[in-house]
Ligand binder design. Structure first.
Ligand SMILES: C[S@@+](CC[C@H](N)C(=O)[O-])C[C@H]1O[C@@H](n2cnc3c(N)ncnc32)[C@H](O)[C@@H]1O
Length: 472
């Protein structure tokens, strides 16, 4: 049995400082792993850093020879808290002057542990002062713990059942050290470096290439499919109907979302040819002072969608959309009010009679969202021809992948043609960017040895694959 001392985490933690730093992290937009890839159960880096430090560092009460009184132990604990409180701050994330004292404390506690276990039968293997213990998170998820373990100087390992989590962890802790200190290989940085000599520390060269080839992909995507995403002009006619738009009159706004409603044929025989919408709420924005909602305008056996701003006069009806009651209740026909039980909607959808209709356009205004009514042009743009569509079947997991019950059986069914065009274009561009990077990396002097990243390569091919992980 190994001899262990009581660790700081078993006695006390400066929780207020850790909580404040964890809260602040949520609003960080640059340089945080959360911007690398979405992960649904992300843990704050500050909390991960704090718990690893406090698990590695001895509590002063475990050293009664050095800290003889309770007061002396408390003073030492306060000193360790001081290190921890600085350590958890976002702005100190890679500050050497903050990380070094923390690493030193970890090393000191480790040396005590090695001394305590000098007679352990595997001491030579397990308790060597010159080798900190390795850290392994077998359920690493978003990777906060292994990343912070690596930052604190431990050899970090991560694994997970989910391949997305594995990719995130590779991108954070495995790939950057392979190319540490390498200069970027993109032609722009190389010609600039010829003019002014500069050092590329850590993963700076890799990061520079991610920025360069990322920009290349974005510019190229804009050139190839930008025509499918035109800006929307606020015309005098629009302002006449919506005086709240007056400050935007004549301006062209970037569209950030199109809101669609799925439709099925009305069950009412009098309107059997009309595709009526399945809408769980008409509210577009419920934020106080910024309320906006869709107003369906029924004209005989057809309807159109208008947009209203401000709080609705009948909030219950507006919040309900075309539902008959609460969020789990079935829909009703917008035109006739006839009930549409779930089974009716499913049968219609499976028979290929489910369609969709554009309900609203969301544009970027001046630090605000601008909700606009749909136009034929906006709807037509989304219905462009898709060159390819994924045919992979969606596994039916009742309660989770219910789309299958509505006839949406392949992944391709989940996207509009324009979304498929965008996804295909971006995947094509990723392949093209990888080839470019490989050529540029070879020209920059990396060995063009054809050894892939997964087999431990560090040449031009592996480097191109590494940059592509971040671009993808
Ligand atoms: C709560 S998350 C971990 C969060 C992580 N500590 C973080 O900071 O983001 C739990 C993870 O365990 C993974 N998981 C669940 N069962 C697993 C198994 N049998 N083997 C490996 N990983 C598993 C899940 O995919 C998920 O990513």
């Amino acid at each position: 049995m190994a001899v262990t001392r009581k660790k700081l985490i078993e006695v006390a933690l400066p929780l207020d400082a850790i909580n404040a730093a964890s809260r602040r992290e949520k609003s960080i937009r640059h340089g945080h792993p959360s911007t690398l890839h979405l992960w649904w159960a992300r843990r704050p880096l500050a909390a991960a850093r704090a718990v690893i430090f406090a698990q590695m560092v001895d509590d002063p009460s475990s050293d009664p020879v050095r800290f003889t009184t309770k007061e002396a132990q408390e003073r030492e604990r306060e000193r360790l808290f001081g290190i921890l409180e600085e350590l958890v701050k976002w702005e100190n994330t890679s500050k050497r002057s903050v990380l070094e004292p923390a690493r030193l404390e970890i090393q000191r506690s480790w040396e005590r542990m090695c001394a305590d276990n000098v007679d352990h039968p595997h001491a030579q293997e397990l308790f060597r002062c010159d080798r900190l213990p390795a850290f392994h998170d077998p359920f690493a998820g978003g990777g906060a713990l292994p990343l912070e373990a690596q930052r604190l100087g431990l050899e970090a390992h991560a694994s997970d059942l989910n391949p997305v989590a594995v990719l995130i962890n590779k991108a954070m802790i495995e790939i950057p050290p392979k190319f540490t200190g390498n200069p970027p290989c993109n032609p722009e940085s190389r010609s600039a470096t010829e003019l002014v000599e500069r050092e590329w520390g850590g993963a700076q060269g890799l990061a520079e290439d991610v920025r360069y080839y990322g920009k290349w992909m974005r510019d190229e995507a804009r050139r190839r499919i930008g025509h499918l995403y035109p800006k929307i002009k606020v015309t005098p006619e629009m302002v006449r109907e919506r005086p709240d738009l007056s400050s935007y009159e004549g301006r062209e706004l970037t569209v950030i979302a199109w809101l669609w409603a799925r439709t099925v044929r009305s069950p009412n025989p009098a309107f059997a040819d009309v595709d009526v919408p399945l809408v769980s709420t008409w509210m577009l924005s419920t934020k106080k002072g910024k309320e906006a909602y869709v107003e369906p305008v029924i004209e005989g056996d057809s309807y159109r969608f208008g947009i209203r701003v401000g709080p609705p006069s009948d909030p219950t009806t507006v919040r309900r959309g075309t539902k008959s009651g609460g969020s789990h209740s079935p829909f009703v026909c917008l035109i006739s009010g006839s009930p549409m039980p779930f089974e009716y909607v499913r049968t219609e959808a499976r028979a290929g009679r489910m369609s969709s209709r554009l309900m609203a356009v969301v544009a970027q205004g001046d630090q605000a969202r601008v909700y606009l009514p749909p136009t034929e042009r906006e709807a037509a743009l989304a219905c462009t021809e898709a060159p390819w569509q994924p045919e992979l079947q969606i596994a039916h997991w009742p309660g989770r992948t219910n789309v299958v019950e509505y006839g949406l059986t392949t992944f391709g069914d989940l996207f509009t043609p324009r979304q498929l065009v965008a996804l295909t274009t971006l995947s094509d561009l990723l392949g093209e960017a990888t080839n470019r990077i490989r050529r540029d990396a070879a020209a920059a002097g990396l060995p063009d040895d054809d050894r892939p990243l997964r087999d431990g390569g560090t040449g031009a091919r592996a480097y191109a694959e590494a940059v592509a992980v971040y671009l993808g």
